[in-house]
Design a protein around this ligand. Structure first.
Ligand SMILES: C[S@@+](CC[C@H](N)C(=O)[O-])C[C@H]1O[C@@H](n2cnc3c(N)ncnc32)[C@H](O)[C@@H]1O
Length: 269
């Protein structure tokens, strides 16, 4: 592996040997969910009974690459998160289940159960000494809370100024066709979600791994946050999109560093 941002047009299962053992500070995994999405290949045609086997394969290939203080986030659907979390818990320390509330508006839908509007994100660590930079992801207290804490016992309290720890429900809209950030990928993740993970869980200059890169959201987040990156994608069109997103950022940073700084603002609630 060479270069700070390494994008490989290669199957993850073949390419992972490029990554040195114990070198990954943070793995962000957004695998095919087995919901039959069209990624220009058949990778999402995983039968329900095969999903755990598929997950075990990518997990077993990834874990030797994780550093002793490294961590892993995995995006899953509610259909498969129970069994994948159970397996991961036999190998890693589970820290959180984060619910990504996609802020999907009410649109009718099924009549025999509730509408599903969230993804399940598992947050795991290799050991208790995992890296976690809380200060980089704190949220400012809202004026109401600050006012409610105006009694003398709270005045001057450092935590009131520093902000609070984000909760485990992350509310950020899925990307709509008209969003400026949107590119041509069916399950592109909002960069604000990924940047929070990178800031909190990867030291500056650390290495982020994304086995199923898609449109390169994690690559872009790593570049914007001055981390190194390695990722894999099998679809050549998504590869081209990922490369373009990273190149555009590199050019912007070179030509107008102030506008890039602006884009780092927290956007998840
Ligand atoms: C859920 S999407 C990732 C979306 C990505 N997080 C984003 O924000 O654009 C999964 C991607 O994995 C790719 N993929 C599936 N199997 C793969 C494999 N074995 N190796 C590398 N990429 C794979 C698919 O083509 C698809 O683009």
């Amino acid at each position: 592996m060479s270069g700070r941002i390494a994008l490989y047009h290669q199957d993850y299962f073949d390419g992972i040997s490029r990554v040195a053992d114990a070198s990954v500070d943070l793995a962000i995994v957004d695998p095919p969910y087995g919901l039959g999405k069209d990624y220009g290949n058949d990778s999402d045609l995983i039968a329900a009974g095969e999903y755990l086997g598929f997950s075990r394969r990518w997990i077993d290939a990834l874990l030797p690459k994780l550093a002793a203080d490294g961590s892993l986030y995995v995006f899953l659907s509610w259909q498969h998160s129970p069994e994948v979390f159970s397996y991961l818990k036999t190998r890693l320390l589970m820290l959180n289940e984060i619910i990504w509330d996609r802020r999907v508006p009410s649109m009718g839908g099924g009549t025999r159960r509730y509408s599903s509007v969230h993804d399940n994100i598992g947050f795991f660590a290799r050991s208790k000494r995992y890296h976690f930079d809380l200060d980089s992801v704190r949220l400012a207290y809202d004026p109401e809370t600050k006012k409610a804490r105006s009694r003398s016992i709270f005045v001057g309290k450092k935590w009131l100024e520093m902000g609070c720890n984000p909760k485990d429900v992350w509310s950020v809209s899925r990307l709509h066709r008209q969003d400026a950030e949107r590119v041509d990928h069916p399950t592109q993740k909002p960069i604000a979600l990924i940047e929070r993970m990178v800031r909190a869980s990867c030291p500056t200059d650390g290495l982020v791994l994304d086995p199923f890169m898609g449109s390169g959201t994690t690559a872009l987040a790593a570049a914007r946050q001055q981390r190194r990156f390695a990722g894999f994608e099998i679809n050549p069109e998504y590869m081209a999109i990922a490369r373009k997103r990273v190149d555009l950022h590199t050019r912007r940073e070179r030509d107008a560093p102030d506008s890039v700084e602006h884009s780092r603002k927290e956007a998840v609630h």
